[in-house]
Design a protein around this ligand. Sequence first.
Ligand SMILES: [Cu+2]
Length: 206
Amino acid sequence: MKPASGTNSTLGSQFFSLSFLRKRESRATGAVLAALGLRFRGGDEEEKAKIGLIRSIRIMLFAATVLFVGVASAQTGPLHVENAWARATPGRSEIGAAYVTIQSPTGDRLVAVSTPVAKKAELHTMEMSGMVMKMRPIEGIDIPAGQPVTLSPGGMHIMLIGLKQPLRAGQSFPLTLSFEKAGKRTVNVAIAKAGAAGPTPAATQH
Ligand SMILES: [Cu+2]
């Protein structure tokens, strides 16, 4: 064993010439080593042990950070469909519309929709044709990364064609959306009153 040389050892002086933070880490790890029952006479041996311990603590902190970030992004989720709602339909109308808000951390594209309450569901957009707003089927709806896309009355919507029964306010129905990358998402569509401009507060909970 080398003779104890305290902070005069090359390694020791290099170590202590580093930042104040390092000095504090050293003192703290010295205490940890003492608590672990490891005793040193100072000098190289102790410094090596301290450096080793600081390294392993840093590695653990790094691993914990990576794990935390991983969990946090998993909670944010990949693609997310919310505020699914529809207006109640009058009488024997066989046509209805549904609206949703879609958000995705990565770019995606909504390519198809289906629901058991209608024979067919289509993606529609509204556009001016002369002086009249007309709706027109579209192939898909692009979802830009990190930017919510809201389907709403007067804009893009999901057209329900051949309703098997009227949509009644207060009730709900399932709607499945198919995305190019994220695959399928099935949401519960809350039915609001016939003239509603947006989802009722209950529909915003998910
Ligand atoms: Cu339409």
